[in-house]
Design a protein. Sequence first.
Length: 150
Amino acid sequence: MTDSRRRRGLLRWLAASSVLLAVVAVAVAAVWTAATGGSGGAGVDLSGLPDMPVDTRHAYEAAPSHRDLFAHLPCYCGCGLLKEPHASLERCFLARDGSFDAHASGCRICTDIALDALAMAAQGLDHAAIRTRVDEKYARAGPPTDTPLP
């Protein structure tokens, strides 16, 4: 094989790899935008919260734009038994005044429920269907908050 053939083959491979990488980047951005309701976390200041895993950060970034969904979902981490009990998953992420509550920053169950709910919402499920699936999946995790059905 000649050097010019090798170079052409390498250039074709680099071009194909670049296109593939661009397609993957666009797909990841589209999924993230759908999961966060288009907010992408823009303008969300989480500086007052402790360090947290990236996926928990994503759940916090999506919480303000999905407040109504989170309000219809129970949490199963036991936060309904706190001195000031949470009424729903919304309170794990957001205080009544709209500021962020630090509770979910260290709670895997809160984060998992939120991420599952965001993924289901991105698939087009309504609040009632999401609630049913969350209840089925997390009922054994712990006592639920006293959250009314949507």
